[in-house]
Design a binder for this molecule. Sequence first.
Ligand code: ZN
Ligand code: ZN
Length: 574
Amino acid sequence: MHSTQRENSIRPSETHEAIRERNQRRTRDNSKRGSIDYAAPTAVAKADLQTAFASIRELLGGRQHKFSNYDVLVEVTNFFLMRNGPASGSDPVRNPEDDGHCFEATDKNKTEDRMFLCTSSSVNNLVARIEEHRRCCGANLKCERTNLIGHAGRLHFVCNSNDAKHRWTWYSSSTLPNGKLLVNYRMLHAVETSGMLYAQYDALCKAGNMGVLGKQYRKTFISQYGPIVERSAEESRSDALLEEIAFYGPERRGGIEVMSDARHATRKNAKQSDIVFLGDRTHKCVYKTCVTREDDTCSQRHEMAGVRRFYEWADENAVPVDIHAHDRNASVNKFIREERPETQNSNDTWHVTKQVGREVKKITSGAQRNHGKTWHADLSDKGASIKTHFYWCMKHAKTYMRETGHDTNTREEACQILRQRLDNIVNHYQGNHGECHPTSGCRSGSYEPTWRLIRSPVAVRLLSNFIRSSVVYKQPEHFIDCKDTHYVESYNNVVLVYTDKRVVLGNYTYKLRSDMACLDWNENVDRPATSTVAPEPDHRRPRRQSGYRNTVRKTSQWKNRIWREMMTSIFTID
Ligand SMILES: [Zn+2]
Ligand SMILES: [Zn+2]
């Protein structure tokens, strides 16, 4: 009885089993349990911290779970480390206040990573999205896959949160009102204005691993872009015309002076030819036309067709043409003589001088058996100087006109003077300098000729006949203006940047590229900082050089202009 009472007075928690179990649990728990000892600065601060702790627990409890202090601590430490700690475990920990450069060492396996173009605003947008995500979800974000849309990247992000699995897609470029990505349009603009061929662009992009735009995409782009280029080139030419007209003082007879040349698109049997007219003073392109095989099957006739168009245009726009210089195209000569009486035809002096240099060889050298018949030894050392002499005769005729006037009488006098000067070449080489030009070296006392005097009457006759049969002597009116069309030739060099002679282009593309060449030329020709045209030297035929080829710094404001116009048109349509 007594012992039963004692048995009953032992509480269940004090039984041996209970104590053993408790002790066991205590040792097990000690490996998991922990406590953080801290001292808050004030009792209020401690209370604040406890309140914050409680509210975090409550927020976590919003997910219908029971959360302990441990869960709160994990959540808080993770949150801090995610913001400030190593992101993927490989990057060094960075101080957020350090505004230095942020480099990423390339992983050996990532050297063939895809590349894409990205706008600054898209990066800002990406940062904003990441921050937004972090506010609502503590999990890490990862780019799951990258697709290229042309040159833009489409990145799929997913977070590693266990329950939410947030996903979103980010585009590296902003979108234009027409639904196209900005970077793609900008890239096409760059490709077009660089003169690059599609095949080159394609090869560049594929080798660069940076996305490429298909032909169809490009076509859509060009359909809107092309007319803008055309209009811009048209404006550039009409500005150039006004500028050219402004150069001539009111005392001029009226009309502008132009130089023209034809350029075939390909070397043989060209599909297209550009006929370009540059102003004589500004050297800017005032008119340009493209004659295609559809207009005339024979490319040799393209130049004449272009010249006709030019005069039609000039008549329509009331632009009188005073002097028209070209490379001595026979049908153009004939056309101007017969159909444009108010225009003076002028041929390029460089071409004709070169021709003289070629032909003079017939009288300065030859087979021994023909000596004294077709050539003479007295002339053999004079080939190059006869050529130069021709040039200076033309130059003096021009000077005469500049000093005397420009009317029909003066032109006739200038023709006479040119012929007399050419005739005088024979006297000069015989040592009679009475008729030589006052500024010539031979008129000064100390002149010592570097050539032998002509003594043989046969040589005199040969030289005299040669001069009188030359085209300059026969048609002096084409050479008294002493026009040099080398500017048109260097214009054609610029066209080469945009249209390769080896590549056959469609008519539309060809015209577009030729318009770009025109814009480029008109902006850069004779730019003061870069022009390399030296003033014509006094005693030497000026070297054939251009105001363009050696340009050091080129500007391309026209490209920006076209881009802005393109954007304006896209933003106004929608
Ligand atoms: Zn998430
Ligand atoms: Zn002389």
